[in-house]
Design a protein around this ligand. Structure first.
Ligand code: CP
Ligand code: NVA
Length: 302
């Protein structure tokens, strides 16, 4: 009997040991250990139902660097956008390629694709989660503070969105304390929050300064994610006071760094002084997306 493929859809469904293995593999990738062509002859389909710069380019470049091939399937040119079912798409692509990376709106679509596919599926962002990004964030943190994420104190400021949910899953898996400052009505997913709270020290606090106090990592994201463009104005009002500025960073640990998955809106969720300042690691973080996705690809389809 064929064994089920292993997927990378979220951190919560993997053991901490496996996530640590991926971070360790990422370090070996970054150190140049896989310079041959370990994915020669392998093809990855990349379904993008939303825009992307980092995820798309790091995955396509990563596949090429490992000797494989990646092909882009956007809503403009696939039958999925015209109503072909997720199940049929999964079954057909499974006959052609060795893995699928998908960026979608609903998380359920990605779960269904993985259930119906006979090849590994990687979540390249949904409205609920962005697991490849948070792995890059954890790797960036490890480069700065050492190998053990459990020793970190993390502050999430702003929208309780896919990145906030992913940090909650990371806190649960690695056991580090997480403080979140989100406006009322814009908190993280209640179920993910509840599961994290039952496992680890997670606190919803009232102000960014309170969240940042003593933190090693201060992180945020845009106020309106992809698909929420119509809410931009209302969100600007709701999120006033949730900007990461120099005063917020001053509350953090003296060694603290600033992370942001990008794209960023300077003057909204973060000041230019912080994101372009000495404590920002956002471009290392963006670079690490490449090393992380290569590690995931090596592990899943190598
Ligand atoms: N951080 C991130 O996922 O960026 P893209 O939307 O450009 O892929
Ligand atoms: N929260 C953002 C992340 C972009 C990488 C979004 O979903 O648009």
């Amino acid at each position: 009997m064929a064994t089920s493929p292993r997927h990378f859809l979220d951190l919560a469904s993997h053991e901490t040991a496996y996530l640590r293995h991926l971070l360790e593999l990422t370090g070996r990738v970054k150190a140049g250990e896989f310079g041959g062509r370990p994915l020669e002859g392998r093809t990855l389909a990349m379904i993008f139902r939303k825009s992307s710069t980092r995820t798309r380019v790091s995955t396509e470049a990563g596949m090429a660097q490992l000797g494989g091939h990646a092909l882009m399937i956007s809503d403009r040119d696939s039958q999925m956008a015209r109503g072909e079912t997720v199940a049929d798409t999964a079954k057909v692509l499974s006959r052609y390629v060795d893995g699928i990376l998908i960026r979608a709106f609903g998380h359920d679509e990605v779960v269904e694709l993985a259930r119906e596919a006979s090849i590994p599926v990687i979540n390249g962002l949904t409205d609920l989660l962005h697991p490849c990004q948070v792995m890059a964030d954890l790797f960036t943190a490890a480069e700065e503070f050492g190998e053990d994420p459990a020793a970190l104190r993390v502050a999430w400021i702003g929208d309780g969105n896919n990145m906030a949910n992913s940090w909650l899953n990371a806190a649960r898996r690695f056991g580090f304390p997480l403080r979140l400052a989100c406006p009322p009505e814009y908190g993280p997913d209640p179920e993910i929050l509840c599961r994290a709270r039952s496992a680890v020290d997670v606190e919803l606090v009232r102000s960014p300064a309170e969240a940042a106090a003593g933190a090693h990592i201060v992180t945020t994201d845009v106020w309106a994610s992809m698909g929420q463009e119509d809410e931009q104005r209302a969100r600007e009002v709701a999120f006033a006071g949730y900007q990461v500025d120099e005063a917020v960073m001053d509350r953090a640990d003296p060694s603290a760094i600033f992370l942001h998955c990008l794209p960023a809106h300077r003057g909204e969720e973060v000041t230019a002084g912080v994101i372009d300042g000495p404590r920002s690691r956002v471009f290392d973080e963006a670079e690490n997306r490449l090393h992380v996705i290569k590690a995931i690809l090596l592990d899943l389809i190598g």
